[in-house]
Design a protein around this ligand. Structure first.
Ligand code: ADP
Length: 582
């Protein structure tokens, strides 16, 4: 039978080494997939980390540059006597090239500190060069912190004269710068010059009229002249240092609770609602705490997402599947080869067995043929002596013995002929009528059952004939019934052989042949279907081929044969398929 390519049994016949190779290959694939995925995730994480650190570093660096510019300006003022006029400041500030060198700040200016009694003289001084100069807006403080100059003027006009003291955020940062001697920034404010009204800051650095910053707060207050200052808008600061094109992270900045910059908003082009990474970081910045909220951008996702792990996984699994198919094919072939080898072995064993049987058959046949002939010759010699002696009774006895041997020889030759025909009998299926067959067998064996005084009867429980091979069934019955008669028990008052036909089910017919004869000894149970076997119960009657022939016929009909036997008698049971097989 053709072995299916893929079946449970085929999988189970695959060599353990094949499974091991597939398992190792699978483990290798999964490991490679996992490692690549991890590497890509790690790379993405470190790239994100790098970007966020870079943003903070750039902001700090930029603020540091602004601070440097402020301190350089303060140093310049101190070097020219501790204060500076509008003209001098204009020349200086234009010379440092704010727009080019310090992108992000709107200008650089001077704030003077004035006690209330100094305001008028200060105004008079300023109006010498700028007649319309005024300090604004009005307030009720006793000190003034007006922006005296700012360069460039264009765009910063509204800032000129603006008094830091009018508003607490600017005022407190200015005072802190003065008192601490350090650069400070204000909390978020809206710059007067910013048309877009976005959050901005003022960056202050104090100057005291001397190169050294006074040691203590009291002294700093006493010697304080003013502040160099730079206004900047956070949006410009970020645009100046952190161009969108060079980063894959969006962020927002908060000063305390107030938002001063935000790219993390729906509608922003690079905003990713489900970012791969997000984090926050706070930095201390000139008296303020800025908190950054970072999120990886959409571009970050597309840049870091890689098809490599999936390719490895799909590729690896494809190789594994191909390996499996290959191994299955190999297994199927080796299984076929093994099956064929087994078949060959079985065929060889059959041939050897047949050879053995043939040798045995030849030996037994020659022996069984020669034995009666020798006996006949012996009786012929004896008959000749009796003839010389004119002993008619002796001659008659010899002749009857010769006849018996001749009959035995005849039966043996008949059985041998049956045996030769049995395998080649290509008997067509036909209707089997049990009554008809029984009548035939009974009449064939008539002289035998009469001689042995045995009653042979039939019980047909079938009701209707069935379909099988009548010739084989007749020979089965003939042999079994003749054995029943031959091995009848002379000790018993009545001797009988009963044949029964009965239906087991719709597919099977049972034929029983029972007798009340001498029975088959238990030790011969397995052997009675062997060729030439004759049990020790009574061997003078037969050739030892009858049951062997029966077994062969039953096998040809695809049936089964069994028997049970005791001192009471023997019953053979033959089950044959009815109707279905030809
Ligand atoms: P034979 O030609 O000797 O009868 P068989 O093959 O027909 O050869 O039977 C084998 C042996 O089985 C017989 O020699 C006999 O000893 C035993 N045997 C077969 N049928 C019966 C039976 N109905 N009762 C008792 N013994 C039997």
């Amino acid at each position: 039978m053709e072995t299916p390519l893929v079946s449970g049994s085929l999988f189970s016949t695959m060599h353990w080494l094949h499974w091991l190779i597939i398992l190792l290959s699978l483990v290798l694939t999964l490991t490679a997939w996992k490692i690549t995925s991890n590497q890509i995730a790690e790379k993405a994480a470190s790239s994100y980390q790098r970007e966020t650190t870079k943003i903070i570093d750039l902001v700090l660096e930029r603020m540091q540059r602004y601070e440097d510019a402020l301190w350089a300006s303060a140093a310049y003022i101190n070097s020219i006597g501790g204060d500076i006029s509008f003209e001098e400041w204009k020349v200086y500030a234009e010379a440092i090239g704010i727009e080019k060198k310090y992108p992000g700040i709107n200008g650089i200016g001077i704030i003077h500190y004035l006690a209330s009694e100094d305001l008028q003289s200060y105004l008079a001084e300023q109006r010498k060069t700028r007649s319309k100069y005024a300090v604004h807006p009005p307030h009720d403080k006793t000190e003034y912190w007006p922006i005296s100059y700012i360069i460039p003027l264009a765009g910063n006009e509204k800032a000129v004269g603006l008094d830091m003291a009018h508003e607490s955020n600017r005022h407190s940062a200015a005072r802190l710068a003065r008192d601490s001697g350090s650069a400070q920034i204000t909390g978020p404010i809206e710059l007067v010059q910013d048309e877009q009204h976005t959050p901005g800051f003022l960056f202050f650095a104090p100057f005291y009229g001397s190169h050294q910053i006074p040691q203590d707060t009291q002294e700093r207050r006493e010697r304080f002249v003013g502040l160099v200052y730079a206004p900047f808008v956070v949006r410009n600061l970020v645009d100046g240092v952190l161009s969108r094109d060079f980063r894959n992270v969006t962020f927002s900045i908060h000063d305390a609770e107030e938002e001063i910059f935000n790219e993390n908003a729906i509608g922003e082009s690079e905003y990713d609602p489900n970012p791969l990474f997000q984090s926050s970081a706070s930095i201390e910045l000139y008296g303020r705490t800025w908190t950054f909220q970072f999120r990886s951008s959409k571009e970050f996702k597309s840049d870091t997402s890689s098809g490599q792990p999936t390719t490895i996984l799909i590729g690896g699994i494809t190789v594994d599947v191909l390996l499996l198919v290959l191994f299955l094919l190999i297994s199927r072939n080796s299984r076929r080869n093994a099956l064929q080898a087994r078949k060959l072995l079985q065929a060889q064993q059959k041939i050897e067995q047949a050879n053995e049987e043939l040798t045995h058959f030849n030996y037994r046949t020659s022996h069984d043929l020669v034995a009666p002939l020798k006996t006949i010759r012996g009786y012929v010699d004896l008959a000749q002596y009796e003839l010389k002696d004119q002993n008619t009774a002796g001659i008659s006895d010899c002749l009857s013995r010769i006849e018996k041997q001749a009959q035995r020889l005849e039966k043996l030759v008949e059985d041998l002929l049956d045996l030769c025909r049995i395998d080649n009998q290509n008997v067509a299926a036909d209707i089997v009528d049990p009554n008809e067959i029984f009548d035939f067998v009974s009449s064939t064996l008539q002289s035998l059952w009469q001689e042995k005084d045995v009653t042979v009867s039939l019980e047909n429980k079938l009701g209707s004939p069935f379909r099988s091979q009548p010739v084989r069934i007749r020979q089965i019955l003939e042999n079994l019934v003749s054995n029943g008669i031959k091995y009848s028990d002379p000790e018993k008052l009545t001797r009988w052989v009963k044949v029964t036909f009965v239906r087991v089910n719709k597919d099977w017919i049972r034929i029983e042949v029972a007798d009340n004869g001498i029975g088959i000894p238990g030790e011969d149970r397995e052997k009675i279907f062997e060729m030439f076997f004759r049990a020790g119960n009574n061997s003078e009657f037969g050739s030892g081929l009858g049951n062997y022939l029966v077994k062969k016929h039953v096998a040809a009909l695809h049936g089964k044969i069994d028997y049970r036997s005791s001192d009471e008698g023997t019953c053979f049971t033959v089950d044959i398929p009815a109707g279905s097989r030809e």
